[in-house]
Structures are given as C-alpha cells and as structure tokens.
Design a protein around this ligand. Structure first.
Ligand SMILES: *Cc1c(COP(=O)(O)O)cnc(C)c1O
Length: 366
C-alpha cells in the first residue's frame, strides 16, 4: 500500500485559468522583468494590503536580507538569534559580518532582549532579530536598546506576512524589515521577497542596489547586485493577494482545531499563535515535554512512519553549523534556552486544504 504523504506545508496555487490572462499580458507586452507593470502593481497592492508606505520587491528573501544589510552599511558584529532558518545568519556572512548569537525567550522562542545588551561591544553595529513563526519580537525593548547604543535593527520578517500588533503592521518596526515569498511561506510568488522601507529615499537606494547600482542608463552609484523580481513572480503575487484573507481564515481554523484537541494531551505544549490583533498562523509549533511518552525524535519518526512529514524547525541551531560553531557566542552554555527548544520542537502540518480528516489522523497519532 502506498500511503498518502502529508507535508508540513503545501504551497497555495490559484486556479490556473486565472493565471493564463496574466501570462498573456506579459507575453504581449514582451516585458519579462526590470520593474515591469506586474512588479509595479504588486508593490502598490502589497503596500496597501500590508499597511506600509514603501516596499521593494526581490527575487527571494535571502538576497533581500543580504541587500538590506548592505543598504544600511552594516559592518563588524551583529547580534542575532541562533533559532532560525540558516539564511538569517548566512546574510551576515555574505556581508563579511560576524554573527554574535544570543539566547532566546522560552515563551516565544524569539531573541531575548535582556541578553542583547550584554553582547554589545565596540564593534556591534546592528541587531538582526527574527519574528519566529510570526510571533512578534519584543520590538519596543529592542528599539530602546538600539537607540541607546546607536545600533541599526533589521528584522528577518520571513514568517510575519500580514501580522499586526498593537501599533498596526509589525513590519513597520526596525530600520528595515525583510519578507520571504518562497513557495513554502504563507504568501508566495514561487520564489520572492521584499524589503519594507521607511521612506522614499531608502526605497530608491534599495531599488538601485537590487539593480546592479544603476540610477540611470549610464550611472552606477554602488556595487549593487541582481535581486530583481520578475514579471511572472509578480503576477503570481497579484493572484495570491485575491485569496490571502480566505487562506489566513482557513489557517486560523486549523490552528484552533489543533489547539483545542492538543490542550488535553499531557506533555505537548503549543506555542502561542501570534498577536491578538492579527496572526497569520504560518506554523503550528509544539514543544515535547519530558512527561510525553516519546522523545521529540521518536515522535518525529513515528509520525513519518504514518506519512506525516512534520518538521523540526529549528533543529539544528544555526550556531551548530560548521561555519558558525567556532565562534565564541556559539558555545552551547551561551544558548541554553535555544538548545532546549531545538531538542523539543516539532512543527505540525498546517496549510489551506489540509482536510479535517487528515488533521484528525495527526491528532489521534499524537
Ligand atoms: C524562508 C526564510 C528565509 C529565506 O527566504 P527565501 O525567500 O527562501 O530566500 C529567511 N529567513 C527565514 C526565517 C525564513 O524562514
């Protein structure tokens, strides 16, 4: 018997017959990239949808992160979290910046603001926190530290599409915020990403950087890169936007079903799903406690045997990878909360289209 495979996530694909007319427009215009009409429309539509003033689209989230750090001329050391996808720290190495890892908070698994201050040295120029699983970082405390020590803040907001907190869009915090629109994220453009910019000048600078540094046909102002989003990616984004509200509602229902069903299971602790104002239910992370009959890895294997491909986001920690582990801040005694979480975490399948019966199967296995 071939068993059905249920992955942790599944990209949302809009109906193909809605994509065709957009492809026909692209074909007839002959404009495939370089900030064409689809790109223009998606930037405007996303600003409107997210409640931000300026945004620059990118080919993917990682190149957006690399460019955001470059745009702010960040150098030396940057304080960041080991509990993230590896692209967070890789963006520092691509800028010759030294990552300095600090521990995370046990309730949200976001960077612990109380550890940031102790890690600041004369070489520190910025903080790179992650809104892990779309749960907001302690943005007010981080901003206060940054302003006291004259540091920049770049948020890796790859998980935080559409999340709102007490002061509106979460993406307005920090000097820059970076989104990912990878196929596995809540909102996708196949591959893609964006930088949220605070003002028109910053956006112009970033638009130049993502286009080799060109400001006009013959003038180059910086050693830019090619980070441009193409027209087909942008068209995909425009279509997805028509569905995003319904998709988030569906995620919310799945989140609630898990939360209700698992609240009675001893040894499973579900992490919070995000702010009261607006969460995006991008992930369903649970921590496996000592009182659970299986270890996390035994549970992971058991689910897999039954066709459920849950994921251990984030294990191993970034600080354990070969290009990071020799750093002084990567020592495990510097990161006890992160190590504990990485050994207990498992993210359950959550995506629009996950059926109630599949979800019931997952819950009954747990
Ligand atoms: C997905 C992700 C990225 C990278 O985004 P890509 O669009 O895949 O390049 C960066 N940081 C975090 C936390 C992510 O989850």
């Amino acid at each position: 018997m071939t068993r059905k495979k249920i992955n942790v996530t599944k990209p949302f694909l809009p109906p193909l017959d809605e994509f065709t007319p957009l492809l026909e427009q692209i074909w007839s215009s002959g404009i495939l990239t370089n900030g064409g009409p689809m790109h223009q429309q998606l930037e405007e539509a996303l600003c409107e949808h997210l409640g931000v003033k300026y945004l620059s689209l990118f080919a993917n989230g990682t190149i957006a992160l690399v460019t955001a750090l470059k745009a702010l001329r960040i150098t030396g050391e940057v304080i960041t979290t080991p509990y993230s996808f590896v692209a967070t720290s890789h963006s520092l190495l691509w800028n010759d910046i030294e990552p300095v890892f600090v521990d995370i908070e046990p309730d949200t698994l976001n960077i612990d603001p109380n550890s940031i201050e102790r890690a600041i040295t004369s070489r520190t120029s910025a903080i790179l926190p992650v809104h892990c699983y779309g749960n907001p970082c302690a943005v007010d405390q981080i901003e206060e530290i940054a302003s006291n020590y004259n540091l920049k803040v770049v948020y890796d907001a790859a998980h935080a599409f559409g999340v709102e907190c007490h002061c509106g869009s979460l993406l307005k915090h920090g000097d820059l915020s970076v989104l990912s629109f990878h196929a596995t994220k809540v909102f996708n453009t196949l591959e893609g990403g964006a930088i949220i910019c605070p003002d028109a000048n910053t956006k112009r600078h970033i638009d130049n950087l993502k286009n080799f540094g060109f400001v006009d046909e013959t003038t180059i102002v910086a050693a830019g890169i090619n980070g441009k989003m193409n027209e087909i990616q942008a068209a995909m984004g425009l279509l997805q936007l028509n569905y995003i509200d319904d998709l988030l509602l569906e995620r919310k229902k799945i989140d609630k079903r898990y939360r209700d069903a698992l609240s009675v299971v001893d040894g499973i602790h579900a992490l919070p799903s995000g702010p009261q104002e607006k969460a995006n239910y991008a992930y369903f992370p649970i921590l496996i406690e000592d009182s659970y009959p299986l270890t996390r890895d035994q549970l992971y294997a058991y689910l897999k045997e039954h066709g459920i491909y849950a994921r251990r986001y984030f294990y191993p920690l970034i600080s354990e990878f070969p290009m990071y582990r020799s750093g002084n801040s990567a020592r495990s005694d510097n990161l006890p909360v992160a190590h504990n979480a990485a050994s207990r975490i498992i993210c359950l399948p959550i995506y629009p289209g996950l059926s109630e019966s599949d979800q019931s199967l997952i819950v009954s296995l747990l």
